[in-house]
Design a protein around this ligand. Structure first.
Ligand code: 2BA
Length: 109
């Protein structure tokens, strides 16, 4: 068995969890925050049999889109420091960041 951890954008999370549940997978949804952008995202925990990992990846790929987000960073030149002048940077986020871990034991007690 594997535990899939999928970090997805909030806008894709509901559709993705519905699609997974519809196909018979069990999903736990966590509200999380990206360390870099410090904006909310969603992390799904999906426990699956080994032979279902690729199927889950396919579903994730079909739903999670890459989006561009603009972040404002303060200018680093010393003469601009503290002036409030900032620079907008485009960052590509998503579709999904997926980790696949081996599960040593799975029990419902
Ligand atoms: P964030 O940490 O908020 O990152 C959002 C996006 O910012 C990333 O998109 C990436 O394009 C960019 N980014 C992140 N760290 C960066 C850095 N040090 N320098 C330059 N750009 C950077 P994604 O790669 O699609 O990641 C989306 C979210 O997935 C991340 O949100 C984070 O919550 C999670 N994630 C991604 N890689 C991870 C990892 N190796 N471990 C744990 N969580 C991860």
């Amino acid at each position: 068995m594997k535990l899939m951890i999928a970090v997805v954008q909030k806008d894709d999370a509901s559709m993705l969890s519905s699609a997974l549940i519809e196909k018979g997978f069990s999903v736990t949804k966590l509200s999380t925050t990206g360390g870099f952008l410090t904006t909310g995202n969603t992390t799904l925990l999906i426990g699956v049999d080994d032979d279902k990992v690729e199927k889950v990846k396919e579903i994730i790929k079909s739903i999670c889109r890459t989006r561009e987000q603009i972040i404002s960073t303060p200018m680093s030149y010393s003469y601009l420091e503290g002036s409030g002048v900032s620079c907008d940077v485009n960052v590509k986020v998503g579709g999904a960041t997926v980790f696949v871990l081996n599960v040593e034991e799975f029990e419902k007690l």
